[in-house]
Design a protein around this ligand. Sequence first.
Ligand SMILES: NC(=O)c1ccc[n+]([C@@H]2O[C@H](COP(=O)([O-])OP(=O)(O)OC[C@H]3O[C@@H](n4cnc5c(N)ncnc54)[C@H](O)[C@@H]3O)[C@@H](O)[C@H]2O)c1
Length: 263
Amino acid sequence: MPDFTNQVAFITGAGSGIGRATALAFAKAGARVVVAELNEVAGQETVDQIQQLGSEALFVSCDVAHADQINAAVQKTVDTYGRLDIGINNAGIGGKYARLTEQTNLDFEQMMAVNVGGVFYGMQAQIRQMLTQKDGDHPVRDHPARGKIVNVSSIAGVRGMPMGALYSASKHAVIGLTRTAALEYVRRHIRINAVCPVYTHSAMVDELVREVPDMEEKMRRRIPIGRLGEPEEIAQAILWLCSDDNDFVTGQAIQLDGGMTAG
Ligand SMILES: NC(=O)c1ccc[n+]([C@@H]2O[C@H](COP(=O)([O-])OP(=O)(O)OC[C@H]3O[C@@H](n4cnc5c(N)ncnc54)[C@H](O)[C@@H]3O)[C@@H](O)[C@H]2O)c1
């Protein structure tokens, strides 16, 4: 398991699902974790779970659709822990399960504000802070990453998703932001990658399963491995991408999909 002792990880949407599993995994690996979350009860619950492990965590109330709130959350992180090593832009919404012609302007605005705005504002705040920090000490390399960012896209970010055009568009945009930012900041020693999970057990998927008859079975049939992903599996990939042993990996959109896109 990678070691993140003394590193500070800022995770949006860490009150549930993939974000919470990632927060717990970073805490177990020694990081101090900032839970930036819209839902205060859920966010505080993640902090409590981390503290029960004997690790340090901070809850910051934050709606990622607003740049000023992310800026304030990153500032609070730095005021509390003195630095920021890892940014995980995970908060997202699934939106309405409907055809393109049934999606409204408001659906469009909300989807873009949270799923694209959240990643854009998150990276801006995180990178600005990381650029003020010195490169870390590393026993082998002259210039280890001074910051690592992982954005949570989706398999819908690399393929079309019937009944989810806006979601798919937003997740394609996350990959565009990731690749471009990775190129812009690679020489400043900030590594930026994305993960693209297939259907994974979480509140978001539970909602879809409740709404659409036979949905879970349909999901399972589309995934060659024959099951949905677990949030902990996505979390492990995110930790791997942030590990200091991985300094050569940047600008990637890693597909975590039980084989779906292999065929
Ligand atoms: N579960 C899946 O099948 C799946 C697949 C691919 C990608 N994803 C992506 O993974 C990420 C996490 O989703 P999840 O499945 O864990 O869902 P989830 O609903 O369990 O968790 C999402 C969390 O984000 C928070 N959140 C929502 N809007 C927010 C906002 N504006 N500001 C701050 N926090 C906000 C929610 O309160 C919640 O705690 C999302 O970006 C989602 O699109 C999920």
